[in-house]
Design a protein around this ligand. Structure first.
Ligand code: PGA
Length: 249
């Protein structure tokens, strides 16, 4: 099965009205690609970016969402709010959310469930820490993180879920996993899913994230189980991000 590649930019807590205007304009000029190009601004800029990217090939993602529908949850943002801004994807369970804000596998699964119920496609982020890799726990950790979501929403729901494998030791460190290391884990995740449903497993897009740069993306994208990239730092630079998009074909 041919899976469309996705190149997603996670802007994290960066940007201003002005810098985002420049970045989006830069991307609009050059982002034609066979890959789906996704950008994830922080919440205050979703409206601005939704307006700027209307009728373009750029797709919008949110970086997080509440598992709750509405009510007394100060500081949280609900799925129905995101629905007002042309959002298609929501990053769920990014390692920064898991490690800095205490998001458990179970909470992550609840957020995935809320997203699916509202018609969004979750980008489920998983990945091991350096200590876990050194203890040869990489595959076990990734399987555990995926299994928590399977247990909550079922395997068929993965037709609408994108997985982003992001080894924690590679995020923001400049230390990217090699293309072969990424492939090895992606293949194992797909094999795990295949044990539950061969057809679902074939279709699931699995992105790699962690210090992706233009210079490393071409080799990464030749790997059979790498269906794109989730890019942090390099997505804040229009030229660098466009070069990664180009590498995706
Ligand atoms: P990075 O971030 O590309 O800056 O390592 C990736 C991510 O956290 O999604």
């Amino acid at each position: 099965m041919i899976r469309q590649k996705i190149v997603a930019g996670n802007w994290k807590m960066n940007g201003s009205k002005e810098s985002i205007l420049n970045l989006v304009n830069g991307l609009l000029e050059g982002s034609k690609s066979s890959a789906e190009v996704v950008i994830a601004p922080s919440f205050p800029y979703l409206s601005q970016v939704a307006d700027l990217t209307a009728n373009s090939q750029l797709t919008l993602a949110a970086q997080n969402v509440s598992e709750q529908a509405k009510g007394a949850y100060t500081g949280e943002v609900s799925c129905s709010m995101l629905a007002d801004f042309n959002v298609k994807y929501v990053l769920i369970g990014h390692s920064e959310r898991r490690s800095l804000y205490g998001e458990s596998d179970q909470l992550v699964a609840e957020k995935v469930k809320a997203c699916l119920a509202s018609g969004f496609k979750p980008m489920l982020c998983i990945g091991e820490t350096l200590a876990e890799r050194e203890a040869e726990q990489t595959i076990a950790v990734c399987e555990r993180q995926v299994a928590a979501v399977v247990d909550t929403v079922g395997i068929e729901a993965f037709k609408d879920i994108v997985i982003a494998y992001e080894p924690v030791w590679a995020i923001g460190t400049g230390l990217s996993a090699s293309a072969q290391q990424a492939q090895e884990v992606h293949q194992a995740i797909r094999a795990y899913l295949a044990g539950l449903s061969a057809s679902v497993s074939e279709g699931v897009q699995i992105l790699y994230g962690g210090s992706v740069k233009a210079s490393t993306s071409a080799e990464l994208f030749t790997m059979p189980d790498v269906d794109g990239a989730l890019v942090g730092g390099a997505s804040l630079d229009a030229k660098e991000f466009l070069d990664i998009i180009k590498a995706a074909g």
